[in-house]
Design a binder for this molecule. Sequence first.
Ligand SMILES: Cc1cc2nc3c(=O)[nH]c(=O)nc-3n(C[C@H](O)[C@H](O)[C@H](O)COP(=O)(O)O)c2cc1C
Length: 200
Amino acid sequence: MSPKIAVIYYSSTGTVHELAEAVADGARKEGAEVRLLRVSELAPEEAIASNDAWSAHAAATKDIPIATPADIEWADAVVFGTPTRFGNIASQLKQFIDTLGGLWAQGKLADKVYSGFTATATAHGGQESTLLALYNSVHHFGGILVTPGYTDPVKFVDGNPYGTSHVNGQGAIPVDDTARAAAVYQGKRVAAIAARFNAA
Ligand SMILES: Cc1cc2nc3c(=O)[nH]c(=O)nc-3n(C[C@H](O)[C@H](O)[C@H](O)COP(=O)(O)O)c2cc1C
């Protein structure tokens, strides 16, 4: 049975969105059924309108479905994506995670595979701290954390065993082949491990 993977992300200016597409591609290549979903925007319209890249990205992705707790219930594996916000996850993604209390109380977040990816503006801007902060919640879920580690040669190129990440230089550095390859690999790995759990 093909594993069901939910790729759930927040992105203001498109970097994390591009990584999410690549993670989804990788999972599909591994035979997974994939839902690519964004979380709700919480920022006020004026804030979005004041930033050209943000408003362009919001318009371009308005048709991507919004994640709900039912998507988590559906999934065998969930891959969360978030930009770094002061070394932490974005409040938009946190708000979504905070809607999962009902599923948590029923034990429905447990025994699934989870993984994460991120982006920062700067090279040491908090990618690892962001992913570790995200993974705190996975421990509370009773989830099975599947990180890329150094399990593929691409990980010695992109260099982040905690999850795919990209430094976007305040929007000046688009997602490159290295980050894309790492994201595809992460999607494949998550799907392959989820398939093993399904088979067991
Ligand atoms: C409030 C705020 C806090 C941020 N904090 C950091 C940070 O701690 N380190 C960093 O390198 N970049 C930081 N950034 C930059 C974002 O992480 C970067 O623009 C983002 O990864 C781009 O992803 P996106 O294009 O998907 O929105 C911050 C941006 C905002 C708006």
